[in-house]
Design a protein around this ligand. Structure first.
Ligand SMILES: NC(=O)c1ccc[n+]([C@@H]2O[C@H](COP(=O)([O-])OP(=O)(O)OC[C@H]3O[C@@H](n4cnc5c(N)ncnc54)[C@H](OP(=O)(O)O)[C@@H]3O)[C@@H](O)[C@H]2O)c1
Length: 317
């Protein structure tokens, strides 16, 4: 099968399409014929070697955490799926010596998969698993947004932000979206009530909110000042020392703790996402669909920023 791997850390030109053996599912696993994956910031960070303390120095490595495809074979003890089922999921762990979801086939623990809702296209669905479960966790579980909440979403046009705007809107909340000027109309169309240009709206000029969802990771302590007394703030961008320090500081000083989370979503959130999509509470937002052969271009475009939602990589049908 064809798979994307890299043999040293570096820019997008490091990504190679190679021929490798098709993996076989063991007990509890599913072999998925991958239809599509998408580019997430973590794929780019891993490829650049920014997480080498964790990803190590053994190559080749694969990449791709979002998986959407069709069950090709199930291992022993798998009863939830049969060949032909449309499934999606988020790969466990961020690093892989073999191939990730950017490959024609992938084996994955059956517990990490759920059925793709019938109301979305198989290829388009690859835009949602990782950002969708992140948005549902941030907006619902961590920030506890309800219909009466006034919510600020920062990075509102991005992958997680565009899902968070839709989800908070579907819950009935009043949503203020912070995004680039070119994306003002776009975030309003997603369901935001107010769109603010991030270049011309300093944090001090923001109003007060019951919930703040940050996807950027800077100015966290300044943002925290805009929380109402019982407000809840969540950041999902905890890659820098500054953001880690702000989260730690907020846990010790002041009444409003900044919540952060990272890594594998709790079991059940993917199934929850499936239900939310069935109700059209969140739909895929796609900047562009690239064929597998152009995965390096998709990475370059994502690194350049400024897009709306996700870059999807089409692999099969
Ligand atoms: N904790 C978790 O489990 C988890 C899960 C998923 C993602 N993440 C992390 O969350 C972050 C966002 O992920 P994503 O997939 O949504 O990324 P993305 O699609 O690249 O979106 C990021 C958004 O942030 C905006 N932005 C960039 N710099 C900004 C700034 N200085 N001020 C305000 N907005 C700014 C961008 O807007 P423009 O470029 O258009 O201006 C873009 O809309 C990444 O760091 C990612 O690693 C964490």
């Amino acid at each position: 099968m064809r798979a994307v791997q890299f043999f040293e850390y570096g820019d997008a030109s490091m990504l190679k399409i190679v021929d490798v053996d098709t993996p076989a599912p063991t007990a509890g696993q599913v072999l998925v014929r991958v239809s599509a994956t998408s580019v997430n910031p973590v794929d780019i960070a891993v490829r650049r070697g920014e997480m080498r303390m964790l990803s190590g120095h053994r190559f080749p490595q694969g990449l791709g955490i979002d998986i959407a495809g069709v069950v090709a074979e199930v291992g022993a003890n798998v009863t939830a799926f049969v060949p032909g089922d449309r499934v999606w999921g988020v790969k466990a762990g961020l690093f892989t010596r073999a191939s990730g979801a950017a490959a024609e086939f992938m084996v994955i623990d059956a517990r990490l998969l759920s059925s793709i809702p019938a109301n979305i296209d198989l290829i388009d669905s690859a835009a949602l698993p990782a950002v969708g479960v992140t948005a549902v966790t941030a907006v619902g579980d961590k920030a506890r947004v309800v219909a009466t909440s006034r919510v600020l979403i920062r990075g509102a046009a991005g992958g997680v932000g565009s899902a968070a705007v839709q989800y908070a809107h579907s819950l009935g909340a009043h949503v203020t979206a912070l995004a680039s000027e070119r994306n003002m109309r776009f975030v309003l169309d997603l369901g935001a009530d107010v769109a603010l240009n991030r270049a011309t709206t300093p944090v001090v000029d923001l109003g007060d909110f019951d919930a703040i969802i940050d996807t950027v990771g800077s100015e966290l302590l300044q943002l925290r000042r805009h929380l109402s007394p019982n407000g809840r703030m969540v950041t999902i961008a905890v890659g820098s020392l500054g953001s880690i320090a702000a989260v730690a500081f907020s846990a010790i000083y002041g009444p409003r703790r900044i919540r952060a989370f990272f890594g594998q979503p709790p079991r059940g959130v993917l199934a929850q996402l499936t239900e939310i999509v069935q109700a059209e509470g969140i739909m895929p937002v796609i900047e562009e669909i690239y064929p597998l052969e152009r995965i390096a271009d998709a990475h370059r475009a994502a690194e350049a920023g400024g897009g709306r939602g996700k870059r999807v990589i089409r692999i099969g049908v």
